[in-house]
Design a protein around this ligand. Structure first.
Ligand SMILES: [Zn+2]
Length: 294
């Protein structure tokens, strides 16, 4: 099986995790992974937790993150969740070729759900001519998220060293989809079986999704957590989390829901295909990736 395409089922829904590629986060462009991912972690405790995860604090200099999109065929709708990171790094922009391998043309997608406005989630919204990549799709985004990235709010709030690249991607990939855009401001059903969940914190209008059919459910939690350690230490936010206090509240709500409802969970930056389960562990939670070989 391809290591960039992973098919699975949620009840009657045919789902696929599709990789857009990977990116290696490393200095000097980024802070060291532990600083990037666990910005407020107390140093001693952080080193202890890293060692428990077989990471040597001094030697952990690269965080290799996949970018994972999801395709859902509901029978009635062909839905794409996030459009990848085209143009962000040398190893990204593979979404379309992976869709092609699945015999899915851009025209076949009728709904594109954007979980948030970071470059690695909207990078494939438009083609090289600046036109919407998915010409027949309704693009769905949370109202607060759209407002943030298309107003001066982003400029005021973003750190100087990331502002330029984030705004460049937003300006290239958001205005051209406006004619196909559907903004939502409450937890509505986007298409039958796919429910929007407010998940603010990573960004102001960050959105999660509950995808369900029959008794089965997939929670797409997008960037609510970026690393499995965030489940165990939900109060350790990342340097890229824009509203840290909200991240912590959102994490607790979604992780508790995932554990209670025993949902399958997809975390966009976890090792491909990003699927697993969340189980309660002490005060926090623990990640159990699904078995993908067999
Ligand atoms: Zn992301």
């Amino acid at each position: 099986m391809s290591n960039e395409i992973f098919p699975f089922k949620i009840g009657k829904l045919e789902c696929m995790a599709v990789s857009d590629g990977i990116h290696i986060y490393t200095p000097p462009t980024f802070p060291p992974p532990a600083t990037l991912l666990f910005a407020n972690a107390p140093r001693e405790r952080l080193e202890q937790v890293l060692r428990e995860h077989n990471l040597q604090p001094e030697q952990w200099v690269e965080w290799i993150s996949p970018y994972i999109c999801v395709v859902i065929n509901t029978g009635e709708h062909r839905v794409l969740v996030d459009t990848g990171a085209d143009g962000l790094a040398p190893n990204t922009g593979k979404l379309l070729q992976n869709l092609k391998a699945l015999e899915i043309a851009p025209e076949d997608i009728d709904t594109v759900i954007l979980t948030h406005g970071h470059p690695d989630h909207i990078g494939g919204n438009t083609d090289s001519e600046g036109k919407p990549t998915f010409p027949n799709a309704r693009y769905v985004m949370w109202q607060d998220e759209w407002d943030f990235w298309t107003s001066e709010q982003a400029e005021l709030k973003l750190d100087e060293h990331v502002r330029e690249v984030l705004l460049k991607f937003a300006r290239k990939n958001l205005p051209p989809i406006q004619a196909q855009l559907d903004l939502i401001d409450h937890e509505t059903e986007i298409v039958p079986g796919i429910q929007a969940i407010a998940a603010p914190g990573h960004t102001p209008g960050h959105m999660a999704l509950a995808i369900s059919s029959g008794e089965e459910q997939l929670l797409c939690i997008s960037d609510t957590v970026l690393h499995p350690i965030h489940l165990e230490q939900p109060e350790w936010y990342a340097a890229v989390d824009l509203v840290p206090e909200q991240v912590i509240v959102t994490r607790r709500r979604l992780l508790n829901r995932a554990a209670t409802e025993k949902s399958l969970v997809l975390a966009f930056h976890f090792p491909f295909p990003g699927l697993g389960h969340v189980v309660q562990k002490g005060e926090g939670w623990q990640w159990q990736p699904i078995e993908t070989i067999g």
